[in-house]
Ligand binder design. Structure first.
Ligand code: SF4
Ligand code: SF4
Length: 56
């Protein structure tokens, strides 16, 4: 199970630096998580100001 970023992402970028495995990157209009890289540690979810990140 990976974490996912919803459409409520405002592209602030706060989560990107929180990921220990570099699974988060900017794509088009919002950030996204590569499910094949995410280890479901949850660090990014706590860093999001709008609660856009949750476990899939
Ligand atoms: S849950 Fe952890 S590994 Fe997965 S994207 Fe968030 S910070 Fe990275
Ligand atoms: S912290 Fe939340 S709002 Fe900011 S880029 Fe990440 S998912 Fe989007």
């Amino acid at each position: 199970m990976a974490y996912v970023i919803s459409d409520s992402c405002v592209a602030c970028g706060s989560c990107e630096g929180q990921c220990p495995v570099g699974a988060i990157s900017f794509a088009d209009s919002k950030y996204e998580i590569d499910p094949s890289v995410c280890i479901s540690c949850g660090s990014c979810a706590g860093a999001c100001p709008v609660g856009a990140i949750s476990e899939d």
